[in-house]
Ligand binder design. Structure first.
Ligand SMILES: NC(=O)c1ccc[n+]([C@@H]2O[C@H](COP(=O)([O-])OP(=O)(O)OC[C@H]3O[C@@H](n4cnc5c(N)ncnc54)[C@H](OP(=O)(O)O)[C@@H]3O)[C@@H](O)[C@H]2O)c1
Length: 329
């Protein structure tokens, strides 16, 4: 493969949004490495997608200890690609990792203890060949560990220089408020809550967005395309080479079929806007100023290119928003 030279125009078209009240600007569209980057996936395709992302101005890459499969392999592959292609661009990248889900056997391999978080980040840094990540997240709330312990671990990780900023993921409004208060007391830069948000899952709209704003914390939306359902991919059935057509435990035929009528109606609105459904789904999330970035997945360079074109039309008329609300119910 040819030596990679980043596109010289990479900062010309991407939009960068401030994350909460922090100094950090994130690309309006970020790339996640949950699927398509593990040892079971094509390494060359993963590398092409990462190169294309950076060329399009996507500076924020999202990983976690357990991404693969097998768990850890997305970080290992990313480390190899980073070393080969992006070493000289490290300071242009904003790299995330997380810990919270099951990573290793025994009582210290998941959830929110200080023991788990600190050991896990050390493992992640080794796999990626990094001295530090830009943001380190607690991946999911832990009902059995005091929040003070989990947030205290994030604070020490930041003080040790292993992460520049702290984040949380999948925290509801109440827990976000508690986390923000603790981290404020500890004087830790807390910049992001990473949450599932799409046209097919609107829970954040109830009170989380207000809580984020009140605390000067940004939001970043994961699975904005509902894992591919909010694209034109499933309009005529389930392709074999899709997430739902494969062996994913996260998206299956039944879920696709139960949403397809809504998806078809949404697709018509997108067409009337002169956009692909994927593009409209991304733009729709970015209408909230609290949402600093939309965190997409992509199994190919073409998907990535299509999705980034969402930025060409971010405006919605009231009528369009009302039509979308009526479809979503
Ligand atoms: N914090 C958390 O708990 C959490 C949880 C989940 C995800 N995340 C993060 O969020 C990232 C994105 O999640 P996601 O992968 O579920 O996001 P998504 O953007 O909703 O779905 C991505 C998938 O949709 C399909 N797709 C994307 N663009 C398409 C297009 N233009 N046309 C047709 N199909 C298209 C592809 O699947 P196929 O081509 O394979 O069908 C792609 O892998 C993850 O990588 C991860 O970083 C975080």
């Amino acid at each position: 493969m040819k030596v990679y030279q980043a596109a010289s125009n990479r900062y010309e078209t991407m939009t960068y949004n401030r994350t909460g009240k922090s100094g950090v600007l994130l690309p309006a569209i970020s790339l996640g490495l949950w699927h398509n980057f593990g040892f079971n996936d094509s390494f060359d395709n993963a590398r092409d997608v990462l190169r294309c992302a950076f060329d399009l101005g996507i500076t924020h890459l999202d990983l976690a200890n357990n991404y693969g499969p097998p768990p850890g392999s997305a970080e290992t592959n990313f480390g190899k690609i980073l070393q080969a292609d992006f070493k000289s661009y490290r300071d242009e990248l904003f790299i995330a990792s997380k810990a919270g889900y099951l990573m290793w056997d025994g009582p210290y391999g998941e959830w929110g203890s200080r023991k788990y978080l600190i050991a896990s980040l050390d493992q992640s840094l080794k796999r990626m060949g990094l001295d530090y990540v830009d943001v380190f997240y607690h991946h999911r709330p832990d009902p059995n560990t005091p929040l003070e312990e989990t947030m205290g671990a994030l604070a020490d990780i930041v003080r040790q220089g292993k992460a520049l900023y702290a984040g949380i993921s999948n925290y509801n409004a109440e827990d976000t408020q508690k986390a923000a208060s603790i981290l404020k007391q500890l004087n830790v830069p807390f910049i992001l809550n990473q949450v599932r948000y799409s046209m097919l899952d609107r829970w954040v709209e109830d009170d989380l967005l207000d809580t984020l704003e009140a605390n000067g914390v940004g939001g970043i939306a994961f699975s904005p395309l509902a894992q591919g359902m909010l694209t034109d991919k499933y309009l005529n059935g389930i392709p074999k080479d899709s997430r739902a057509g494969g062996s994913s435990i996260f998206l299956n035929e039944e879920t696709v079929n139960s949403n397809i009528e809504k998806v078809k109606q949404l697709n018509t609105i997108a067409q009337n806007r002169g956009q692909k459904l994927s593009q409209m789904a991304i733009a729709w999330i970015l209408r909230h100023p609290q949402m600093a970035s939309v965190l997409i997945g992509a199994s190919s360079v073409n998907q990535l290119k299509e999705n980034v074109k969402a930025l060409d039309n971010l405006e919605f008329s009231t009528e369009e928003l009302n039509q979308i609300d009526a479809i979503l119910g």
